[in-house]
Design a protein around this ligand. Structure first.
Ligand code: KE4
Length: 444
């Protein structure tokens, strides 16, 4: 029986009176899949409930932050306890030191960290730091990679901008992007040519080590190592934007998974456990450039906010604590990663069974699922994502899954996430729904 979404429709038209597009972030408006966005009223564990009371298994998880799922008791308790002691002081608290210690312990290549309030602030500040430290101006990003909405980065961004078809946004002055070079992801020759032309003036290369904003695209074997070698040879800093991949693809992020040592790392999402946080981190010699230790200015009223620190600290401590109760000494993270693999293995089996062409895979607790226009196509970059991804078919699949109680990213150019609150039952129910949905869109 079709789900009633009447209340979401009402709330959306009311929201549009007060908020541009009725939302506070474009991708939430469902332009990538059409129809009315679901207004969510509650989340608990792996589930969310919309304003009409419909329940869904959630694979968006606030776009990655909720590694433990919604309203995890330990996170809620930590927030309640801290709130009762005060929500913000604008002064140092030991919570910031504690979270920094845990982050640096999980990512041993990092020596110092600065907390900010979003991933956008993290990448914007890391690039300013790279320019301040190197004395150079140019920066390099990759088509299809998204690093937040700072002016200098809104050129051929992935994610929301790709979905909205805005290759670069109005309001971004030429001067802001004049020093931003764009290269092709997974193409070492392309960036080598760029360095040959501009090498001495490139301050930094910023990259999503696993691309999650054009759908899920893994680095080709040797690609990240190639970027590391090239940037070192030319004296440019390598910045890993691990806002999404940090503590999601592996306990030590992509840098831990593949043993790459970037000069700077951007973090966000998981380290805030659902509260607004971002961070940029790196070698002490570089981070000592940041005010007040050094001359590079960056500041924030709510940076290191006690509530966000408490939620992030509890999330990381809970996710990576050895689960001594289970025989296989698993961690909550390890369980979620196993389920992501089970999900995408299952999707590959369903693609075989139904004859629908999919490109699907997982890295740790992150996964992707492209609907391909024809069998045998392989998406390895933004150009191939735009060429091969069947966004119409994805949209039909998305709504067929909503109908069956599963909430996926409302855009083909996004990644999905599993939490430690998901279990075998959720994965089995999701695959059963996917089988029906694939048969429906195959024949429909
Ligand atoms: P925020 O400013 O949205 O906290 O972080 C920006 C950002 C930076 N770097 C990476 C790799 C990111 O994925 C993001 C933000 N991710 C999107 C999801 N594709 C956030 C969702 C949204 O824009 O509403």
């Amino acid at each position: 029986m079709a789900k009633s979404l009447a209340r979401s429709k009402e709330l959306f038209s009311e929201a549009q009176r007060f908020l541009p597009g009725g939302v506070n972030s474009p991708v939430r408006a469902f332009r990538g899949v059409g129809g009315t966005p679901l207004f969510i009223e509650k989340g608990e564990g792996a589930s969310i409930w919309d304003a009409d009371g419909n329940r869904y298994i959630d694979y968006v998880l606030s776009w990655g932050p909720l590694l433990l799922g919604h309203a995890h008791p330990a996170v809620v308790a930590a927030l309640n306890e801290q709130a009762a002691r005060g929500t913000s002081f604008g002064a140092p608290t030991t919570l910031e030191t504690q979270l920094a210690e845990v982050v640096l312990a999980l990512m041993p290549g990092l020596e110092q960290v600065r907390f900010v309030n979003s991933g956008t602030e993290a990448t914007m500040s890391a690039l300013r730091l790279a320019r301040a430290y190197s004395g150079r101006n140019k920066i390099v990003k990759f088509s299809g990679c998204y690093h937040g909405h700072a002016d200098m980065l809104l050129v051929q961004a992935g994610s929301g901008v790709a979905t909205l078809g805005l290759p670069d946004s109005p309001g971004v002055p030429e001067s802001a992007t004049a020093s931003t070079l764009t290269a092709e992801y997974n193409d070492l020759d392309n960036i080598k040519a760029l360095f040959a032309a501009h090498g001495d003036d490139i301050a930094a290369v910023i990259v999503e080590p696993v691309a999650g904003n054009m759908g899920l695209v893994l680095p080709e074997p040797g690609y990240l190592e190639g970027l590391r070698k090239l940037t070192s040879e030319h004296g440019a800093l390598l910045i890993f934007d691990e806002v999404m991949t940090g503590f999601r693809v592996a306990p030590g992020g992509a840098q831990g998974l593949w043993g790459i040592d970037p000069d700077l790392t951007c973090l966000g999402k998981v380290i805030g456990g659902g509260l607004p946080v971002g961070a940029y981190a790196g070698k002490r010699t570089i981070m000592q450039t940041v005010a007040p230790a050094g001359p590079m200015y960056q500041a924030g009223t709510l940076s290191g906010n006690p509530l966000a620190m408490a939620a992030g600290l509890t999330t990381l401590q809970t996710a990576f604590a050895e689960n001594t109760s289970s025989a296989d000494q698993n961690t909550a993270f390890g369980q979620a990663a196993k389920l992501a693999e089970t999900l995408t293995d299952g999707m590959r089996g369903l693609a075989e069974e139904t004859g629908v062409s999919l490109q699907t895979g997982s890295v740790g607790t992150m996964f992707g699922c492209y609907f391909l226009r024809a069998p045998g196509q392989r998406i390895t970059s933004y150009a191939t994502a735009k060429q091969y991804a069947d966004t119409q078919r994805y949209a039909r699949f998305f709504w067929a899954m909503v109908e069956r109680g599963v909430y996926l990213a409302p855009s083909q150019f996004e990644a999905g996430f599993v939490s430690s609150a998901h279990g075998e039952a959720e994965i089995a129910a999701t695959l059963a729904a996917a089988r029906e949905a694939l048969l429906l869109i195959r024949d429909g």
